[in-house]
Design a binder for this molecule. Sequence first.
Ligand code: SR1
Ligand code: MG
Length: 412
Amino acid sequence: MSTYHPLTVNEAMAYARTIPGYFDNNSNLHCSEIGDGNLNLVFHIMDQENHKSIIVKQALPYAKVVGESWPLSLDRARIEREALLMQSRLCPDLVPEVYAFDESMAITVMEDLSDHAIMRKGLLDGNNYPLFAEHMGRFLANTLFYTSDLAMSPQQKKEQVKKFINPDLCKITEDLIFQDPYQQSDNNNYANNIADEALALREHQALHLEVALLRERFLTQTQALLHGDLHTGSIFVTQKSTKVIDPEFAYYGPMGFDIGAIFANLLLNYTAQPGWINDELTIQEKQTSLLLMVENTWNAFESNFRTLWNKDIQDVMATTPGYQDIYVAQLLKDTVGFAGCKIIRRIVGLSHVIDIDNISNDIARETAQRKALSIGKQLVLSNRNLNSIQDLIEIVKNTSQVTTEGVTYEFK
Ligand code: SR1
Ligand code: MG
């Protein structure tokens, strides 16, 4: 195509007509821009006669959520496409199909998943997804194992690391997750009624120490190719199908960051439940099912990961008895620490989640925010002492009360 410029709806439609095997010149197309994320334009293009449809996604050269004052490299469109293709080789049923791309226009054309729901929305609508844990456990195990030094030579891996250097998007994470919540920052965003919690985060030295250690892992550990932003808004679901989208934050980092992202978002939904449901029994059922989802996702990940390791390990030294157990035990600790950081940033940082922000009752919203922060802090503080997924579940269940400035808040 031409030199980079943001597409209009008409240009997106014209571009869609050029994709081989999709629409012809006479198709009666309808196009709408449906991007509700923080960074990109997303065009949904449908042939009104036969209902064939595609998604044209275009990266903008700045963070849409902030504006042109926050420039972002368009190279993330290449990284997203290469990560999608890699994930598709490793678990083809769990990612959208890529049909075409245009490097200079930062465009990726992909499968339309409108028959699925965004997981975050589906959970808020009260739906259950019985295959989610199994699917995500497999997605995590395959993408993390096969892109790591466990499954290829160190030279091959370093070639991969080169392809996925993603400084602008990593900086977003480094700032918004691992720094801003712990200092005064214009990026922070919270209401006055939880200013005491935000202040407590800024003053908690033991918490800062753990966050600094986790931040160091994020900055320095090129363990595997991560999705990099694996929240429940990046996962499409039905009862039978799970599709992971949007890997524009992909880079080589610590495996636990991706696993922790999923857990953080399930736990944010867990803390939000009393804000969405009145009936005590239903709240308990939903919360139990969310904790089970966390536990089952970990168990599916661990068993798939160990199976792949036993079958396809390439690193001879990693076959040393005992090494696999130590490796997996460290992954759990990292997962828990990163999950805690990700919960905290969604309450006081720049970008929130609708699970909590859209609770209409002010007191219920504040209670959910305080409970989420309490769980997040506990996870960060205890990450290095956790030995089983059950330990994580117990921390969440036991966070039933928090006292701030002499006021005790009881949680459901
Ligand atoms: C400026 S972008 C804010 C957030 O949106 C993305 O989904 C990432 O989570 C990022 O931190
Ligand atoms: Mg995204």
